[in-house]
Design a protein around this ligand. Structure first.
Ligand SMILES: *Cc1c(COP(=O)(O)O)cnc(C)c1O
Length: 237
């Protein structure tokens, strides 16, 4: 618990420094604490330490964890905002819409349409980010930068999802500077899309940067960073 508090303070201080270096306000960057593979007690400790948003990758795990914690379904006032950051298969969309306020990994118009229907059934609105394959690696999921404008046009008509911005998973390279060009490319894509996106689409958010490169991501415009191991130590399993 003390360890989590100390690590959280260190990460927040580095986030604030990075924001100031870029002439940005520290309060404009949100921390999503990634708790995947860690037990419910760690999630509870993180929230007690002041974490306001958590990220999970696996729906079965999230299902068990939120049930164990006694957290209500999404939209019901859990003690932290829940971001889904894993790969989302269509047949798991119902579970995702049940437990998460924010789905960061929407990688097709079809998936967005399905989430829209599920959110409508639940009588609420779901925040989403479009996952972009900015590095162009074949094995990575995400919408190609060339296709995102067309996807946005179809999403604008969906009343139960709100597009908030873009997300990317940077190429894993040990040197954080090596990721800078990709982070910058995502911001430039966002800026270009703003000029052409339908008015109901919001493009404020840029979710990019993880434990080893969040400072560089913030310098390049990240509004959401997803940090796991720096807060909770190495993952097992
Ligand atoms: C696991 C994960 C993270 C956190 O990674 P760390 O390197 O532990 O900070 C962030 N984003 C996504 C999409 C992840 O899967």
């Amino acid at each position: 618990m003390k360890k989590i508090s100390a690590r959280l303070a260190a990460v927040r201080a580095e986030m604030a420094d990075a924001a100031r270096r870029a002439g940005r306000r520290p309060e404009d960057v949100r921390l999503v604490a990634v708790t995947k593979t860690h037990p419910p007690a760690v999630v509870a400790a993180a929230v007690a330490a002041g974490v306001t948003a958590i990220g999970e990758n696996y729906l079965q795990e999230a299902d068990e964890k939120f049930t164990a914690l006694g957290w209500p379904d999404a939209g019901g006032g859990a003690p932290a905002a829940r971001h889904f950051i894993g790969h989302l298969q269509a047949n798991k969309a119902r579970k995702a819409a049940r437990w998460f306020e924010y789905i960061e990994t929407v990688d097709s118009a079809a998936l967005a349409a399905r989430l829209d229907r599920l959110a409508e059934e639940q009588g609420r609105r779901l925040d989403i980010l479009l996952q972009i394959n900015i590095s162009g690696e074949d094995e990575k999921s995400g919408i190609s930068p060339h296709n995102v404008e067309g996807v946005l046009a179809t999403l604008a008509k969906l009343a139960h999802i709100q597009v908030r911005g873009l997300m990317t998973i940077g190429r894993f390279v040990p040197d954080p500077e090596a990721a800078r060009a990709e982070f910058r490319a995502l911001r430039e894509l966002r800026d270009a899309l703003r000029a052409v996106a339908p008015p109901t689409v919001e493009l404020e958010e840029l979710s990019m940067g993880m434990s080893h490169d969040f400072a560089v991501a913030i310098e390049e415009g990240a509004t959401i960073v997803r940090v796991g191991s720096r807060l909770f130590g190495p993952r097992h399993g």
